[in-house]
Design a protein around this ligand. Structure first.
Ligand SMILES: O=P(O)(O)OC[C@H]1O[C@](O)(CO)[C@@H](O)[C@@H]1O
Ligand SMILES: [Mn+2]
Length: 429
């Protein structure tokens, strides 16, 4: 990791802050563990000491050590660690600051998971749950605005012509894109909710979409719809990112795809363990739909009820595969998780949400800005795919010559501020 780079500051400042918050959260829940399980205080102490040790290893730049737990993915992690060691040319064990940013960040979340998973009865406690729920509640107004807009739209969706349908798709794509501003690892767990109405300022934000392939997405979807016969369903997959407002915006987008008959089934991919503070797990997914259902607002609860129905009917399917919480970049998916790769091949379109997914799609390298997206994907191509991401890390490809330099000149922080976004598509196999 380069000293004074964005990666360096993340590992030096942000990751220890996140660990401190996790420790504090466990402390605060001590009594609750006791009341729930009649025990748990010992487990909480053990987990805290494990986490303090982890924070110390990070802050004093100790070697990154193999995982010692027996969780199902431990062997794959340790193989990856071996591979990193070989890359460091026999210079011993790479330390936290000498290892790639993507790897150490993933590794930290995996160790947090181990601290809890190894300590029953608090093994399935999600240390980030509170923050995710808070983000949801603080975005209440925006969620109401979005659900209301969407339910109104559904009333006459059958009567919309192609142009109008395209316009609505573009709106909801943008809401889902900007929803990606609301993640919590970026702010080290400090609040980051959607405060204003998500639909109002879309027009003003168009200039900040620096790669905008929405037209190409539309062509793919409308052509698939026209070709569609009863026998062959159009399937869209969405690789989710953050819970809270972003998740609601993704659910609205995917409901639109079904309701407009641009798609027949949607598959969601979430994380199987708590990840990057705000990423969506199965619990968050179900919790969010339940919250909407029982909300004291007609259109919010209508959304929740419909979505529960979609899951029951099987037109919405939730998956979590351990691959999404491994450190591997996506060009190794075919080899490391061939079952997942084969499943994604059944899709007509893969939507990847968020910054971390983009880093893993592009191998998290410092590419020249003008390198084609297809090249950076490095043969990862299970199906046509699109990244919807606000820029929060210094990887960006597929720009026009001079475009990156021009933005850089007026806004040095453009790659990490979350202010710019992309809708970047690649369909070539
Ligand atoms: O939720 P997102 O969009 O994947 O963003 C998470 C991003 O925030 C960061 O944690 C900021 O460092 C990045 O590591 C990561 O890419
Ligand atoms: Mn995230």
């Amino acid at each position: 990791m380069e000293e004074r780079s964005f990666a360096y500051f993340t590992v030096k400042d942000r990751l220890p802050q996140i660990l401190t918050k996790v420790i504090d959260t466990l402390h605060r829940h001590k009594n609750e563990f006791f009341e729930e399980h009649g025990e748990g205080v010992e487990a909480e102490k053990r987990a805290i000491s494990f986490l303090s040790k982890l924070r110390n290893e990070l802050q004093t730049d100790k070697p990154v050590t193999p995982l010692e737990d027996e969780l199902p993915d431990a062997a794959l992690w340790n193989q990856y660690l071996d591979y990193q060691r070989n890359l460091s040319n026999g210079n011993g064990e790479p330390s936290w600051f000498q290892s790639p940013w993507l790897f150490v960040e993933c590794y930290m979340y995996r160790r947090i998971h181990a601290a809890l998973a190894q300590n029953p009865p608090i093994g399935s406690f999600d240390v980030f749950k509170e923050g995710k729920a808070q983000n949801f509640f603080e975005s209440q107004e925006a969620i109401i605005a979005l659900c209301t807009y969407f339910q109104e739209l559904l009333k006459n969706i059958q009567d919309l012509d192609e142009k109008q349908l395209q316009g609505e798709l573009f709106k909801l794509l943008q809401v889902s894109l900007w929803g990606n501003k609301c993640d919590l690892s970026f702010s080290a767990g400090e609040g980051s909710s959607q405060k204003s109405s998500p639909l109002q300022c879309l027009e003003d934000m168009v200039p900040y979409i620096i790669v905008n392939d929405m037209e190409r997405l539309w062509s793919l979807l409308i052509n698939a719809k026209k070709r569609n016969t009863d026998k062959c369903n159009v399937r869209v997959d969405i690789i989710l990112d953050n819970a809270g407002f972003e998740l609601v915006s993704d659910l609205v987008l995917t409901d639109f795809l079904l309701s407009s008959k641009l798609a027949d089934e949607v598959h969601f991919h979430g994380k199987s363990i708590p990840w990057y503070v705000s990423d969506t797990t199965k619990n968050d997914f179900n919790w969010t739909i339940k919250q909407l259902q029982s909300a004291n607002h007609m259109w919010m609860s209508r959304c929740g009820i419909n979505w529960e129905g979609n899951l029951k009917k099987g037109v919405w399917v939730y998956h979590d595969h351990m691959f999404w919480t491994l450190p591997h970049v996506y060009s190794s998916m075919a080899e490391v998780a061939p079952d997942l790769y084969a499943d994604l091949q059944k899709s007509n379109l893969l939507l990847f949400k968020g910054d971390l997914n983009y880093r893993k799609l592009t191998g998290d390298r410092k590419w020249e800005y003008t390198v084609p997206f297809h090249q950076a994907l490095n043969k990862f191509h299970p199906a046509p795919l699109c990244s919807l991401r606000t820029l929060k890390s210094d990887t960006q490809v597929g720009l026009k010559p001079g475009q990156g330099e021009q933005i850089q000149a007026s806004e040095p922080e453009w790659m990490v501020s979350g202010k710019y976004g992309i809708v970047q598509f690649d369909a070539t196999p």
